[in-house]
Design a protein around this ligand. Structure first.
Ligand SMILES: *[C@@H]1O[C@H](CO)[C@@H](O)[C@H](O)[C@H]1NC(C)=O
Ligand SMILES: *[C@@H]1O[C@H](CO)[C@@H](O)[C@H](O)[C@H]1NC(C)=O
Ligand SMILES: *[C@@H]1O[C@H](CO)[C@@H](O)[C@H](O)[C@H]1NC(C)=O
Ligand SMILES: *[C@@H]1O[C@H](CO)[C@@H](O)[C@H](O)[C@H]1NC(C)=O
Ligand SMILES: *[C@@H]1O[C@H](CO)[C@@H](O)[C@H](O)[C@H]1NC(C)=O
Ligand SMILES: *[C@@H]1O[C@H](CO)[C@@H](O)[C@H](O)[C@H]1NC(C)=O
Ligand SMILES: CC(=O)N[C@H]1CO[C@H](CO)[C@@H](O)[C@@H]1O
Length: 489
């Protein structure tokens, strides 16, 4: 009895690890073709497809709809797919493309093995996995006494995984006429479901290795689908999780969305002016559990809480100026410095909470952005895409939203989201899409747990919102709504 038990545990942990790794590294390594997707990208936004599909198409009933709720720092997420309302695709190009996509994703399993042998990082990954498996083994031995309870728990976890996959079934139904692969996919889901039912009734007899393979295979394909759907329109913000309680009322903290896999260093800046010391914590775990950090002294103090760490450098607004400085942590030196033309500073156009928050720098799937206001735009928010190397403006958008009445703002997939305030009940109520140069009023409430938000930024790697809430460092998950158009499949 103890052997099957162990293997279920292995299934779960291995799935999680493969999934995390796949989501972040694999698609680019094996050439899941994102060429088309990244071509639109401006000044080098790195590994994220810039698909600012924040705007719904005119006829959503003709498209797939995918809800994805994301995600912790390890890259896990949940994907729910809703099929087109009308069956409309049995012989069209979309079906063919879908088949190709599925085939490609299937091929990824082999690629994993090849890549495993090739790169040092992958070796480390495997070693780490082994360590975790051994840990699990021990753990399972310890709980062997308590079979029944444990079986129920593990069963529940696999079952939950299946619940995530189940919405795919009706989608696949639509494509049945044409795609053998899809049929097989569906069959696998059904087989797994019945296997799980068997499992519930009779333990022991099943080949768990096989189960493992099938589940992780399905998961991989779903994951690849997710990867294609990296962008979408914000539709929800989760309950906050308080990561740490430290520092003053105002500050900012973040991780680098372009940091290499496994690098979860946390960057921490307390206060909105007259400070130039950036704390570096070795990992999110360290940040949560210790007060161990390295201090970096910037050559100038910063202004506001709009700093962002991106690809190993911090970008910040030099105090009492509209100068943006890029400071490279690797060389501990300024690698670029440039005034942000016409940007108000020194509390000319701060966010509602004040604090010299005139210039807010941020990063999304498409790269580096500056949010500020100008006299020319009557104190309303201006959005500028910046070249991360030269700090030059690539393109600007002028909005009709007064900067001073904005609580905070953050960018997701090329859309700027603005909140209504920094204290009390808060919601995201204004969205400006740089893709279409249009705005709309929305209503997405989120909890302001400690009643004073002085920083709120999206991290495209974690797909989470980082907030500084009255001396608390807080994370929110976001839910993005995607519409897959046929050209994208
Ligand atoms: C990726 O797609 C682009 C355009 O769709 C094409 O030119 C290119 O050859 C493709 N690359 C691969 C590796 O399939
Ligand atoms: C990140 O920095 C590295 C090293 O400086 C550089 O080679 C790479 O091009 C940068 N990536 C992006 C997306 O800017
Ligand atoms: C985000 O979602 C992941 C996966 O469900 C979860 O592990 C993590 O704790 C969530 N984070 C927040 C801030 O809710
Ligand atoms: C998958 O691999 C097979 C055999 O290696 C190859 O013939 C096929 O073209 C691959 N499919 C895709 C979509 O890359
Ligand atoms: C699913 O189960 C059926 C019967 O139990 C079997 O014939 C079929 O080959 C299985 N399909 C897959 C993909 O394993
Ligand atoms: C902090 O760092 C010191 C020196 O590296 C180490 O001895 C100590 O155990 C660390 N504290 C924690 C809580 O990790
Ligand atoms: C300028 C630009 O990128 N426009 C795109 C906006 O998004 C729609 C789809 O949502 C695309 O069709 C446009 O090309």
């Amino acid at each position: 009895m103890s052997v099957p038990l162990l293997k279920i545990g292995v299934v779960l942990s291995t799935m999680a690890m493969i999934t995390n790794w796949m989501s972040q590294t694999l698609p680019s390594l094996v050439g899941l073709n994102t060429t088309k997707l990244t071509a639109a990208q401006g000044g080098g936004g790195g590994g994220y497809p810039d698909r600012s599909t924040g705007v719904l198409p005119a006829n959503p009933e003709e498209s797939w709809q995918v809800y994805s709720s994301a995600q912790d720092s390890e890259g896990r997420c949940v994907c729910t797919v809703v099929a087109p309302q009308q069956s409309m695709c049995s012989r069209d190009a979309r079906t063919k493309q879908l088949r190709q996509l599925l085939e490609k994703v299937q091929n990824m399993t082999q690629s994993i093995q090849v890549l495993d042998q090739r790169t040092q990082r992958d070796l480390q990954y495997v070693e780490k996995m082994e360590v975790q498996l051994r840990g699990l083994e021990t753990k399972f031995r310890q709980v062997e006494e308590n079979h029944k309870q444990n079986i129920a728990k593990q069963y529940k976890a696999i079952k939950a995984k299946m619940e995530e996959l189940r919405p795919l079934i009706p989608v696949l139904e639509e494509y049945k006429a044409d795609a053998k692969l899809v049929l097989q996919f569906k069959e696998e889901v059904q087989n797994l479901t019945s296997v799980l039912n068997e499992l519930q009734e009779e333990m022991g007899a099943y080949d768990y290795e096989e189960l493992h393979n099938r589940v992780s295979n399905l998961e991989e394909r779903l994951r690849a689908c997710m990867q294609k759907l990296a962008c979408g329109k914000l539709t929800g913000i989760s309950e906050p999780i308080t990561i740490k309680t430290s520092g003053s009322r105002f500050g900012s903290w973040m991780t680098d969305p372009l940091a290499p896999e496994g690098d979860t260093r946390v960057w921490y800046m307390d206060g909105y002016h007259n400070n130039r010391f950036v704390r570096e914590y070795k990992s999110m775990q360290d940040f949560m559990s210790t007060d161990n950090f390295t201090s970096h002294r910037l050559p100038h103090p910063w202004s506001g809480t709009g700093q962002v760490v991106y690809n190993g450098s911090i970008y910040f607004n030099k105090f009492q100026s509209h100068v943006i400085i890029k400071f490279d942590f690797r060389t501990s030196s300024i690698s670029k410095s440039r005034p942000l033309d016409y940007a108000g500073f020194n509390n000319a156009y701060h966010y509602a909470w004040g604090g010299h928050s005139d210039i807010d720098l941020m990063v999304d799937e498409g790269g580096l952005w500056a949010i500020y206001a100008t006299h020319q735009n009557a104190g309303n928010i201006v959005i500028s895409k910046l070249n991360p190397n030269t700090l030059q403006i690539i393109k600007s958008w002028t909005t009709n939203h007064p900067k001073r009445s904005a609580g905070e703002s953050f960018m997701i997939c090329g859309t700027l989201y603005v909140t209504n305030g920094y204290s009390g009940g808060t919601k995201v109520y204004y969205a400006y899409s740089t893709n279409s140069s249009t705005y709309e009023y929305i209503d997405i409430a989120f909890q302001n747990k400690y009643s004073h938000i002085s920083m709120l930024d999206y991290n495209p790697r974690d797909r989470a919102l980082y907030a500084w809430n009255n001396g608390h460092q807080v994370l929110y998950n976001v839910t993005l709504f995607h519409v897959i158009r046929s050209v994208e499949l």
